[in-house]
Design a protein around this ligand. Structure first.
Ligand code: ADE
Length: 233
């Protein structure tokens, strides 16, 4: 059986991400054949006996830059016709729910490059990368974590990965609203009780209550999302 989504991740630290993949829902979907995820060590494509993958930047400056030769060799070996090559970088387009969802819907094969150090040689980006993605306005010491976050956020949109597809429609950011508060048993805990309405079984009223709480939270924390909502009408 061919998987719904194939992912090849290229990194200098494969062990960092293998543990996460094996332990997660993503790992279970992988075992069930819905996803096919391979984690590759960039050093396997290094051309010299020292397995060199980085070098000092031309023009000077701090840090090291990943060399073009191993990255070209890795991407050219792993890519397939129609696949998307994604580079994880803080100067990429911001990752958000619509981007994750669209990438899952539009692709059957992603090749992801997790950078490290001061970045990668620009010629790799110019010649081979289709999309550059940032997971947020901060800089990680290790782009492998960004790759893992990206894989998780995209894969949960692949049909069959989540136990209940309904959970996707309750996500924060769906319809540009943050999520509503959730409660479970017991109804009373240390003097704190669950909002009465959730115990009534009146689903229309519960939906209304949840929508109001979502709006309230979004207004307080992310008014920018509500502005988006207005302009989408
Ligand atoms: N590598 C380091 N920081 C990153 C970020 N914020 N997004 C994607 N890749 C990164």
């Amino acid at each position: 059986m061919s998987s719904a989504l194939k992912i090849d991740l290229i990194t200098l630290f494969p062990a960092m991400v293998r543990g996460f993949l094996e332990e997660s829902m993503i790992g279970r979907a992988w075992q069930r054949g819905i996803l096919e995820i391979k984690v590759h060590n960039l050093r396997d494509w290094a051309a010299d006996k020292h397995f060199t993958t980085d070098d000092r930047p031309f023009g000077g400056g701090a840090g090291m830059v990943l060399k073009p030769e191993p990255l070209f060799a890795a991407i050219e070996e792993l890519r397939s016709p129609g696949c998307s090559v994604i580079f994880m970088t803080p100067d990429g387009e911001p990752l958000n729910l619509p981007l994750s969802r669209d990438l899952a819907a539009d692709n059957s094969h992603l090749v992801i490059i997790s950078g490290h150090y001061e970045g990668i040689d620009q010629r790799v980006r110019d010649a081979l990368v289709d999309r550059e993605v940032s997971i947020g306005d901060f800089v990680l010491t290790n782009g492998t974590l960004a790759g893992a976050v990206f894989i998780d956020s995209v894969c949960r949109h692949v049909p069959g990965v989540l136990g209940e597809e309904k959970s996707l429609t309750q996500d924060s950011f769906t319809g540009n609203l943050l999520s509503f508060p959730q409660y479970t048993r017991p109804a009373e805990f240390r003097g704190m009780s669950v909002p009465e309405i959730l115990l009534t079984g009146n689903h229309a009223a519960i939906d209304q209550w949840r929508k109001e709480r979502s709006l309230e939270k979004t207004r307080a924390r992310r008014p920018d999302l509500l502005n988006k909502k207005e302009s989408e009408k």
